[in-house]
Design a protein around this ligand. Structure first.
Ligand code: FES
Length: 142
């Protein structure tokens, strides 16, 4: 109830590194997760900041809020392991019929991380294609 009435990390991140959105066709609810990413000393991506927008039921809002609390500061590998049962457990349990709300939260985060990965891959490809086939001379070292 606390995470429903006073949700944490609700809102939008300007210029996010990744965005994930999931809609549930059965109930019509929509969840969106925004992430900011940085790398740790080992070069692993970590979730530096995370926010959510949820147009849905009380369980979906509470699940999103709990998800953001659980994911902040985690590496992608650790965040991927946050499953619906973990979120529901942290919330003190959810009715069986509402478990899909927490599943939606964990799926939305995975989508945001995938979005980040596809964007950073594209950025690398763009850099490669810009110099492909050209011999670039550095004016300071010719
Ligand atoms: S009933 Fe749709 S997400 Fe909860």
């Amino acid at each position: 109830m606390r995470h429903f009435t006073k949700p944490k990390n609700m809102g939008e991140i300007k210029n996010p590194d990744g965005v994930g959105q999931v809609g549930n066709p059965t109930c019509g609810d929509i969840m969106k997760v925004f992430i900011k990413v940085k790398k740790n000393k080992k070069g692993e991506e970590i979730i530096k900041d995370i926010k959510f927008q949820t147009f849905g039921c009380a369980s979906a809002i509470a699940s999103s809020s709990m998800l953001t609390e659980m994911a902040k500061g985690k590496t992608f590998e650790q965040a991927k392991e946050i499953k619906m049962k973990d979120i529901a457990e942290k919330l003190g349990g959810l009715p069986k019929l509402k478990l899909h709300c927490s599943a939606m939260a964990s799926e939305t985060l995975v989508k945001a991380m995938d979005d980040y990965k596809s964007k950073s891959k594209k950025a690398r490809l763009d850099t490669v294609s810009r110099t492909k086939g050209e011999k670039i001379k550095c004016p300071h070292h010719t």
